[in-house]
Ligand binder design. Structure first.
Ligand SMILES: NC(=O)c1ccc[n+]([C@@H]2O[C@H](COP(=O)([O-])OP(=O)(O)OC[C@H]3O[C@@H](n4cnc5c(N)ncnc54)[C@H](OP(=O)(O)O)[C@@H]3O)[C@@H](O)[C@H]2O)c1
Length: 234
């Protein structure tokens, strides 16, 4: 088992990519802590995979500091937490775009500042395809993702010998689109799948396996991996 005896914290671990990462880390023998805001979702997720649940909100300095004070020194930290609000550039409320940066970018920043990671351990941030394949009405998400990738490269220098990397997912079928009408969501996923060389959209485990690679390849730092089923070349 690749992570036997190691401690992994997944911030955003109650759902989607974070939950898949926590589950894979657990299977690889790690002691796993998952953190997110909603206790009612977090607790059953933790029980299902045999992880420890800790409530934390990445938009709060104090909450993130308390989480890492409580977990102590760890081997690997993963940040998948995000709640994104976007809209047409000229009309999207400033409150929405600020909230997107607060969770996705400043959330990752806060975790990186508070986490105590052992030498040679890793921090993995999650960005997203909009940083390099922008779409209308999503400028703030693209900007947040670009900032995350830049932050990962800067921190690879500044936090060394802790290793810092980012994975940029393409379209992954997770609860992140739960608010969409189901028929619209299915149609969007089917259309995306048909447009990709791999013929399918991603699942959480696809990204989790890349994050596991970042944890376990001691030569990986300052890397940004675009994992998108071939979207970039199609
Ligand atoms: N799915 C995709 O197609 C896709 C594509 C590109 C990039 N990404 C990126 O991948 C990451 C994970 O996405 P996902 O699809 O796995 O999303 P998801 O299924 O919605 O999971 C998001 C997780 O973040 C937690 N969270 C949200 N806001 C938080 C906060 N303020 N503090 C602490 N936890 C918070 C949520 O739990 P609570 O609500 O309980 O806090 C949940 O556990 C995100 O950064 C997303 O932007 C996803």
């Amino acid at each position: 088992m690749l992570l036997a005896g190691q401690k992994v914290v997944v911030v955003g671990g109650s759902s989607g990519i974070g939950l898949a990462t926590a589950e894979l880390a657990k299977k690889e023998g790690a002691e796993v802590v998952i953190a997110s805001r909603n206790k009612d979702r977090l607790t059953p997720a933790a029980e299902k995979i045999g992880a420890t649940a800790m409530v934390a909100d990445v938009t709060s300095d104090d909450s993130v500091a308390a989480l890492f004070k409580s977990v102590g020194v760890v081997d690997h930290v993963v940040v998948t937490a995000a709640q994104l609000r976007s809209g047409p550039f000229k009309t999207v409320p400033m409150e929405d775009v600020r909230a997107t940066m607060e969770g996705k970018f400043w959330g990752a920043w806060r975790v990186a500042r508070s986490a105590e990671i052992r030498k040679g351990g890793s921090l993995t941030l999650v960005s997203g395809f909009l940083s390099i394949r922008p779409r209308p009405a999503s400028a703030i998400v693209g900007a947040a993702n670009g900032a995350i990738e830049s932050l990962a490269r800067s921190l690879a220098l500044e936090l060394a010998p802790v290793r810092v990397n980012a994975v940029s997912p393409g379209v992954i079928d997770t609860p992140i689109r739960a608010a969409m009408p189901e028929a619209t969501r299915q149609e969007m996923l089917a259309k995306t799948a048909a447009s990709l060389p791999v013929g399918r959209v991603g699942v959480g485990e696809d990204i989790a396996r890349q994050i596991l690679a970042f944890m376990t390849i001691g030569f990986a730092t300052g890397s940004v991996v675009y994992l998108d089923g071939g979207a970039l070349v199609s």
